[in-house]
Design a protein around this ligand. Sequence first.
Ligand code: NAD
Ligand code: UGA
Length: 451
Amino acid sequence: MQIKNICCIGAGYVGGPTMAVIALKCPHINVTVVDANPDKIKAWNGPLDKLPVYEPGLAEVVKEARGRNLFFSDDISGNIEKAEMIFMAVNTPTKTEGEGAGMAADLRYFEACAIDIAKFSKTDKIVIEKSTLPVRTAEKIKEILEENSKGIHFEILSNPEFLAEGTAIQDLFKSDRVLIGGDETQSGQKAVQALVDIYANWIPKEKILTTNVWSSELAKLASNAMLAQRISSINSLSVLCEKTGANIEELSTAIGMDHRIGPHFLKSSVGFGGSCFQKDILNLVYLCKFYGLEDVAEYWHQVVKINDYQKNRFAQKIIDFKLSEKKVLILGWAFKKDTNDTRESAAIYIANSLLKANINVSVYDPMVSEKQIRKDLELLNSNEKNYKLNIKVFENLNNALKENSIVAIVTEWDEFKRINYHLINPNIHIFDGRGIITKEITKYSIGLGND
Ligand code: NAD
Ligand code: UGA
């Protein structure tokens, strides 16, 4: 099947970059990204230095493809109707109310997309799950589509995304693998082939893995759980290092040199952040419970619990540190370097714990706005009546360092590695939460405090 028009619903951190790369690599296909938020579409069509997603290399890709065969539009119905292939890349956050609140994935945005697809389609479509979903979601989506199908045939594929923020463009250019799950029927396999043909424009064939739909859906959740598990494993050992005099960085290097383990995702930190690891593990825990697998659920839940423990532990080290005038500067608000995304960033929880302990808190981040920092803290405290946020946000790092007595490094931005902290402020105490950069600036690992 020759695909000429693709529509992607959801112009966020996944929809924007993935579609920009497909458009770049497939100039013969028109790719249109639509979104329910018209301001986001406006920003995608606006200046390249103000795109809604900050990713190294993204602006260059958008510059080349936008207006050629890459389009951003708020005309959802028209673009659904026109496309032969539709990606669904909307958010699937943790449910906040109803059955499974705090654990299960909230599929309301995803289901709304399916309803739109059924409503506006006039011809057969290949519908692709790009969002991360509970295993067997395709079954539910099929029901929604078929209920409203008017005789149209919808073929559902699962094609989860594995990009990491901050390296999204490189990850999309050189994916470790592209995973495509489809039905074993003739029409299912035809649809799988149509999607394989798109990726084959730049991904080597041996890296395109085809499976059944359920394996593909579950492999995405499991991959994130396994990555996060490695971080919680190393973080759980960082506290033992502090008790025994072992060094967590040396431990990480020694463990990672075993080729069966490997060096990646073994950097001790203040805890993983981001919009996905926690939500996807909780989703996995919920699924295990749903299938009556309590022990398996508890095993994976522990990965999130250790992550919370690590964030609290770091904040508590600063709270317990004895200093007469404690003024803490949090360095980094994004959940990792090279992104403007702050969702579930450890910085939010650490700042909140310090503020609750009546500590004077300031923040500096090279990419995150003061508005976003305030919004994150206000949202976290939205249940509290009369919440008053008392925080200072700096735009100049040198001034920030001069005015504070403690610096807490929570994001591994490169610019934080290049600073001679004591040259700027000889009295500053460094709490380095990122194993990644401890060597350059202090011999201490997580939370050991004053140097
Ligand atoms: P996001 O919040 O950045 O973007 C989602 C977009 O969908 C928003 O712009 C929202 O306005 C839009 N939207 C929601 N409902 C809509 C509807 N009914 N119609 C039209 N637009 C609608 O989310 P994201 O980070 O891009 O994540 C999307 C999915 O991809 C999630 O399931 C996530 O787990 C998964 N994922 C994310 C990443 C990542 O690095 N962020 C990586 C891999 C997978
Ligand atoms: C992660 C996965 O890496 C992607 O493969 C996946 O597609 C994505 O989730 C998703 O499904 O959303 P992302 O969250 O963007 O990507 O970024 P990571 O590089 O995985 O970092 C996540 C968090 O773990 C960050 O807070 C980071 O600082 C932390 N981390 C990472 C550590 O604490 N230690 C490490 O060794 C590595």
